[in-house]
Design a protein around this ligand. Structure first.
Ligand code: BTN
Length: 226
């Protein structure tokens, strides 16, 4: 059974990541859902720009996992998103959510000591999206859809966390992952085919010279469709 968690829904917050961390303060997992963020954070310090109808959600909890296993959290957050939203969402390793080839959402995981905060930003309806982005729905689903999906995602994620790192759904991640089976490139001069995901969540590639390698997300600066 998933551990109990509290949910706070707000109209706007600076970042749900910080709000969830503050709210948890050592007790039950805290979920914070916002319709808008003034200072939403993307990966690598980038701003997170979203659709006019979008949802931001973060879950903060005290982790009992070994620190070395926390690299799996972005991947299981992706599996939780797919289970919640539907199989039209595909996962670009390690943690982008795509519909077709366009980004519909993103996941950010921040861990400090034993506190882990996993955030999901999801574009629901975007009439004039940036070229590489898309909204999930062709029409505005209204203000309740985001919190509904966000709460279901948080519950699914916490359930997967409770199952433990040893039981993470690797095959399900690979099944939903567009990167597997594609040509990928990585800095500085790597190129090869992604053939799967390792037990530790790394990307397994066969290089152009036939060598099998495991890449962490810090190795891969760029993963392109082949
Ligand atoms: C990415 O760069 O693709 C990750 C984006 C993650 C955005 C989400 S929205 C909810 C949570 N709050 C934040 O400030 N960022 C994450």
């Amino acid at each position: 059974m998933t551990q109990p968690f509290t949910v706070l829904e707000v109209d706007e917050v600076d970042s749900t990541q910080d709000a969830a961390r503050e709210r948890m303060a050592g007790s039950d997992p805290a979920v914070v859902i916002a319709h808008r963020q003034a200072k939403g954070r993307g990966r690598s310090g980038a701003d997170w720009e979203t659709a006019p109808r979008s949802v931001a959600v973060s879950v903060a909890w005290t982790s009992e996992w070994e620190v070395s296993r926390l690299t799996l959290i972005p991947l299981i957050a992706g599996v939780a998103a797919r289970r919640t939203i539907g199989e039209e969402v595909r996962l670009k390793w390690p943690n982008d959510l795509l519909v077709g080839e366009k980004k519909v959402g993103g996941i950010l995981v921040e861990a400090r000591e034993a506190t882990v905060v996993a955030g999901l930003g999801l574009n629901l309806f975007w009439p004039e999206p940036r070229p590489e982005a898309v909204g999930l729905y062709p029409a505005d689903p209204g203000p309740e859809e985001g919190p509904r999906l966000a709460t279901a995602w948080a519950e699914e994620l916490l359930g997967l966390v409770d199952e433990g790192a040893e039981r993470w759904p690797k095959a399900e991640y690979e099944e939903g992952c567009v990167t597997v089976g594609r040509e990928v490139s990585w800095e500085p001069f790597g190129r090869g085919e992604a053939v799967g995901v390792g037990e530790d969540g790394s990307l397994t590639v066969i290089t152009e010279s036939g060598v099998r390698r495991s890449l962490t997300s810090s190795d891969v600066r760029h993963v392109r469709p082949g």
